[in-house]
Structures are given as C-alpha cells and as structure tokens.
Write a protein that binds this ligand. Structure first.
Ligand SMILES: [Zn+2]
Length: 159
C-alpha cells in the first residue's frame, strides 16, 4: 500500500529537485548545442539562477510549475489535502521569486523564465529546441540604457 500522501510526495520530490533537475539539464544542453556558453547555479547571485550568461548580463530560471505556482497552468494543481498549508507555502515561493528577480534587475541583470510546462510533454524534444532557439534574439538585445537592461528579456515562456 502507498502510505505516502501527495503532500509528502511533493516534499520528497523537492529534496530530489534542488539542482540539475531534468528540465534545466535539457535547456542547458540545447543552449550548449546552439553554441552558448554559460555558468550554472551561480550562488553569488540572488536566487541562484539556473543559467547565467555573464557576457549578456542575463540569467534564466527554469521553473517547475508546481513549486513556482505557475498561474493558469495545468501542472499547477493544489492538493486537496492540506490546501491552506500548500497555498501559504507556494505563495511564499512566489513572493521570494519576485524579490529575487527584482534584486537581480536592480543589479542590471536581465531575467528570463522558462516554465517547465513549455518544455515537457510528448514533443518535449522539439519544444526544448524551439525554446532555446528563441534565446539569441532576447539575449543579444543588449542595451546600455539601464531601464531597458533591467526589463525581463524575451525568453520567457510565460503565457
Ligand atoms: Zn506551467
């Protein structure tokens, strides 16, 4: 019998997640094939971004839809037990994400987000490639204008 509740399973998965989860690895390898060079999980930056392009002054977060509470996403479904607990926990995650993005942007970094749901599913190979192929135009739009630099660049897969 399965004695693990969905809530516990999510917690267990969170421990496995931390670094090098599959979607991040897939995005990195697609970018690498396109000739991009980058650092990963840079601890010196707020939020420890998954992918860091020092040359373009840009960072990318590959966000799991559940943990980062992707709005209007089919992959973000609150469990029917401990709903309040999860709501509060995930709200804290969202607030923390926003704070970290703000800190990065204030330091002149451009922040991109790739959502897990945009790069998973049956045709994940194609979706990962097409996501990675969108990066160059966003990354190369480097401006010396601080305001322009600080806006989120266009690699977001948000809907
Ligand atoms: Zn999603």
């Amino acid at each position: 019998m399965d004695t693990i509740t969905p809530a516990q399973r999510h917690l267990n998965m969170s421990h496995i997640r931390s670094t090098n989860s599959q979607p991040e690895t897939a995005v990195r390898s697609a970018l690498h094939k396109l000739g991009f060079r980058f650092r990963k999980n840079d601890r010196r930056l707020a939020g420890k971004p998954d992918i860091v392009f020092p040359h373009y002054h840009a960072v990318i977060f590959v966000n799991g839809c559940f943990w980062h509470a992707h709005a209007r996403c089919a992959k973000f479904v609150l469990s029917k037990t401990n709903t309040v607990f999860w709501q509060e926990k995930l709200t804290r995650n969202v607030v923390r994400d926003r704070t970290e993005y703000e800190m990065l942007m204030q330091d002149g970094w451009r922040v991109g987000v790739v959502w897990e749901c945009a790069i998973t599913g049956k045709d994940r190979g194609r979706r990962i490639r097409s996501t990675a192929e969108k990066f160059p135009s966003g990354l190369k739009r480097v401006s010396t204008n601080r305001t322009a630099n600080s806006e989120r660049f266009r690699c977001s897969t948000d809907r």
